[in-house]
Structures are given as C-alpha cells and as structure tokens.
Write a protein that binds this ligand. Structure first.
Ligand code: AP5
Length: 213
C-alpha cells in the first residue's frame, strides 16, 4: 500500500518547502520534477540538454522527457512505500501518464496550495537555493544562518535563472492556462484539498495536517 501526495500550486507558493517538511514528517521521499530537471541540466545529460531551453523560458518541458525522469525516480526502492510529488502533473497529458503509475491499494491525496500573485512574486524574488543540495531559503522569512551559505551542506546559495520578473510572469501564465484546469479531475476523484498557503510554514502545515495524514 503506497501513500502518494501530489502538491499543486502556482510557482513560488511553497510546494518544495512544504513538500520537504512533509517528507521528513511522513518519511516519504519528496520527488520534485523541477529538481530532477535542474540536476539533469547541471549534469548536461541528454534530457538535461533538451530541457534547458524550455526551463530558461519558463515553459513546460516536453511530456515524454519529464515522464522518463519521473518513471526512473519512482521505480527506486525508497519510493516503494509512497512519495510526495512536487511539479507533476502539469497538463492533461501528464494526468493520463500519472494514471498509469497508480496501482490498486494506493492512497492518494492532492493538495492545492493557494496564494495571491503578490505573495508569489515576493517569495520568488527573495528565494535563494543551494547550488549543491537544492535546499530552499527565503532572504527574510527562512534565511540561512550564514549569509549566502547553505545550513545543510555549506554550499553556495544562488538565485534560480527562472526567477527573473519576466520568467515568473510566464510561469504564472503556464500555471493558469495548463495546470489549473486539471485540478477538476482530482476534485472529482475526491482527492483534492485546497490549502491557504500565504501564512508562515507552520500555519500552512497545520492546515495540511487537518486533511492529510
Ligand atoms: P519547478 O521547480 O517545479 O518550479 P515551479 O512550479 O515554478 O515552483 P517553484 O519551485 O518555483 O516554487 P515552489 O512552489 O516549490 O516554492 P518554494 O518552496 O521554492 O519547475 C521549474 C521548471 O521546470 C518549470 O518552469 C518547467 O520548465 C520545468 N518543469 C517542472 N515540472 C515540469 C513538468 N511536470 N512538465 C514540464 N516541465 C516541467 O518557495 C518559494 C519561496 O518562498 C522560497 O524562498 C521559500 O523559502 C519561500 N516560502 C515557502 N513557503 C513559505 C512560507 N510559508 N512562508 C514564507 N516563505 C515561504
């Protein structure tokens, strides 16, 4: 019996931050498709080379590439009891692909983290990530102990290339046009919970704990 949690929400609302906290609590791996793609780009793998240009522009990477990465990750041993999915599915085609991943007995929850564009833009402008381990910080709300240095691994903190104002706007458009429409599918299944995610992390987690366990 696997437990699968899908994190939906616009760019920068905190899917990775919340997912990472839940992953520790529930002892399930966080599978972030964005992180898998960024690693592929960093390593300049075949998929990484093809994905790089789409990501720089804030566009969705072709479904087949993303699914190849995801399938490979889900089949690893640590995901056998379940996983937390951040950044998948993002369009109709990916919904169909994910349906093929589910097996009898899976328990599934989908959480839709909600917040205004104003909060999203503020969070993304102040986000820094560790270039080594990918840990996520916010310059004001969740700062590192030492400026510019990752608390977890000592790596250098950098700004993501897609966190510029124009690319943030593009990513918001992609979310509204491609991803938002698929939420209905999960609502009809009875899996979807809307979570107000503008407050501090501990408050957001309290709301999630009320519905996901
Ligand atoms: P991806 O990496 O998934 O980016 P995204 O969906 O735009 O989401 P983000 O990672 O930007 O934000 P988040 O919601 O995780 O917020 P975070 O926790 O970091 O995807 C990147 C690209 O990859 C896509 O544009 C696309 O090209 C490609 N891609 C990915 N998946 C794909 C797919 N399925 N198909 C095709 N292409 C795909 O938090 C943001 C900031 O807020 C941080 O600074 C954090 O510290 C802060 N923060 C978080 N929560 C709180 C809180 N409660 N209070 C205060 N601050 C907070």
């Amino acid at each position: 019996m696997r437990k699968i949690i899908i994190a939906f929400g616009p760019p920068g609302i905190g899917k990775g931050t919340v997912g990472s906290a839940l992953s520790k609590e529930m002892k399930l791996p966080l599978i972030s498709v964005g992180d898998l793609l960024r690693d592929a780009v960093k390593n300049q793998s075949g998929i990484g080379k093809k994905a790089e240009n789409y990501m720089k522009k804030g566009e969705l990477v072709p479904d087949s590439l993303v699914f190849e990465l995801l399938n490979e990750r889900i089949s690893q041993k640590d995901a056998s009891a379940g996983f937390i999915l951040d950044g998948f599915p993002r369009n109709q085609q990916q919904v169909i692909m994910l349906e093929k991943v589910f097996i009898d007995g899976d328990i599934c929850f989908a959480m839709n983290l909600e917040g205004s564009d104003k909060v999203i833009i503020e969070r993304l402008s102040n986000r820094r990530i560790c270039e080594k381990c990918g840990a996520i910080y916010h310059l004001v709300n969740i700062p590192p102990e030492k400026e510019g240095i990752c608390d977890k691994c000592g790596g250098k903190l950098i700004q993501r290339v897609d966190d510029s104002p124009q690319i943030i706007a593009k990513r918001l458009d992609v979310f509204k046009n491609d991803t938002k429409p698929i939420l209905d599918f999960y609502k009809k299944k009875g899996w979807l919970y809307s979570i107000f995610a503008e407050d501090k992390l501990s408050e957001t987690l309290k709301l999630i704990h009320k519905v996901i366990h």
